[in-house]
Design a protein around this ligand. Structure first.
Ligand code: UGA
Length: 455
């Protein structure tokens, strides 16, 4: 059992802190936000994450997990301090490390005995060394401490599962003592045969960026192939499947769509590009992935506009508002780019998301939020599937068709079969497979849809 302090109760801090408590450690989670701490003390979560609520409640009940705003006290009582504070992008795309350094200073000022200070947030290579120097500068006596890097690889929506069954755990340290303490903390996972990668702080820091940027590049790659597929009349779903059957490539992260979003890939790719440049090694592949992602998103917006012909006065229904399913996180979410773009061109927007409507409502104006997909479709001139929530995969598309004023379907996640949609006389566009069908459909005379409702 370790006494652990987790600074930052965002998604990474809260999931990690709770899971470490579940292993039997004594965990104090700290946040400066009093409202958030009050909420958590009441057993409620500030965001939605699958199965986390139950885990928080259980560990609080059993006395292993607590929440406080008293950072100094929590640090003084703990042997291992995890820092999971925010590292947003600054204007130049660099990670803004002010909060990370603030934590380091506070640790220095409260270093009452030996502690390991572990960086959980994604930070550029070299941050560990800066944190070490800051703690040294602010400690009052020469109390010993160690700095470590332990990047997280949790996906939103399956973060608890990812923590409990990781592909790997990375522990970056400069001393055997710190390595031993962290290895002991992760022993329950190691017993479950999760590979433990033990390395230096710098290597651990880079592993995180290298992994995220690689995944982002994989997505951009397949999105570029998707656009190419449309020009040459190929189907990207089949291309991706066949590519993925090659074990060296693998099938995951080859889904063409509206580009990657979320709080990690956009920010981390920019930060990697920026610190690689500073190091004199331009990350050209990562830069290209970023450009391709921007292009992809714009292309999907153009596609929506083209399907409407003239957006002014038209009604657009948007299904899904979060950056991916199983989360209410709307940071860098495609629908939040699409909706204002269509509104600027004069379209009216109605939308539905199973979970993310409250978080999206804080960032959007004049959107009519609906109770389900059918209400969204009612009277719409275009229906956009923006996020592939499971409940959008099996909609009664005949009914949807009947409800729409003009049956235009833009399937940004390729979850419907173009031929079936064509049979239902939708004007369908997907990603990497739909546009040739769209053209074919425009060439063919179509029977007026008798079943269509007027909006
Ligand atoms: C990502 C990584 O997958 C995690 O390993 C990492 O820990 C996390 O960032 C982080 O740095 O904290 P996350 O942002 O939750 O996790 O989301 P992903 O599931 O990776 O999806 C990112 C974006 O890529 C989403 O917008 C998703 O729709 C998109 N995506 C994903 C595609 O467009 N195609 C794919 O094939 C896969």
């Amino acid at each position: 059992m370790q006494r652990i302090c987790m600074v930052g109760t965002g998604y990474v801090g809260l999931v990690t802190g709770t899971c470490l408590a579940d292993f039997g450690n004594q965990v104090i989670c700290v946040d400066l936000d009093e409202e958030k701490v009050a909420l958590l003390r009441g057993g409620r979560l500030p965001f939605y994450e699958f199965s986390l609520q139950e885990l928080v409640e259980r560990n609080m009940r059993q006395g292993r997990l607590s929440f406080t705003t008293d950072i100094a006290g929590a640090i003084r009582r703990s042997r291992v301090i995890f820092s999971a504070v925010g590292t947003p992008s600054d204007r130049a795309g660099r990670a803004d490390l002010r909060q990370v350094f603030e934590v380091a200073r506070t640790v220095g000022e409260n270093l009452n005995d030996y502690k390991v200070v572990v960086q959980k947030s994604t930070v550029p290579v070299g941050t560990g060394a800066k944190v070490k120097a800051l703690i040294e500068k602010h400690r009052r006596k020469k109390t010993p401490f160690d700095v470590a890097s332990n990047p997280e690889f949790l996906r939103e929506g399956s973060a608890v599962e990812d923590f409990m069954r990781p592909n790997r755990v990375v522990i970056g340290t400069w001393t055997q003592k710190a390595e031993d303490i962290l290895s002991e903390i992760y022993r329950p996972l190691y017993l479950n045969e999760a590979p433990l990668v033990k390395t230096s702080v710098e290597t651990a820091e880079l592993i995180k960026y290298a992994s995220n940027a690689f995944l982002a590049a994989k997505i951009s790659y397949i999105n570029e192939m998707a656009l190419l597929c449309e020009k040459v009349g190929a189907d990207v779903k089949v291309v991706a499947r066949a590519m993925g059957l090659d074990h060296r490539i693998g099938p995951k992260f080859l889904h063409a769509g509206a580009g990657y979003g979320g709080s990690c890939f956009p920010k981390d790719t920019l930060a990697l590009m920026s610190f690689a440049r500073e190091a004199g090694i331009p990350a050209t592949i990562v830069e290209a992935a970023i450009r391709a992602n921007r292009h992809q998103r714009q292309e999907m917006i153009r596609r929506a506009e083209a399907m409407l012909k003239e957006p002014r006065g038209k009604v657009v229904g948007v299904l899904g508002l979060s950056f991916k399913p199983q989360t209410d996180d709307v940071r860098e979410a495609f629908p939040l780019l699409l909706i204002p773009a269509l509104q600027r061109r004069g379209a009216r927007v109605r939308a539905f998301d199973p979970i993310a409507m409250p978080s999206a409502a804080r960032k959007l104006r004049q959107v009519e939020f609906c109770k389900d997909a059918y209400e969204v479709a009612h009277g719409a001139d275009l229906l956009v599937i923006a996020t592939e929530w499971n409940e959008f995969r099996m909609l009664d598309m005949r009914k949807i068709h009947g409800l729409m004023r003009t049956p235009n379907l833009l399937d940004c996640r390729n979850i419907y079969d173009p031929d079936e949609m064509e049979k239902l006389t939708f004007t369908y566009a997907g990603v990497g497979r739909g546009v040739h069908l769209l053209r074919a459909a425009q060439r063919r005379p179509r029977k007026p849809a008798a079943t269509r409702a007027e909006g």
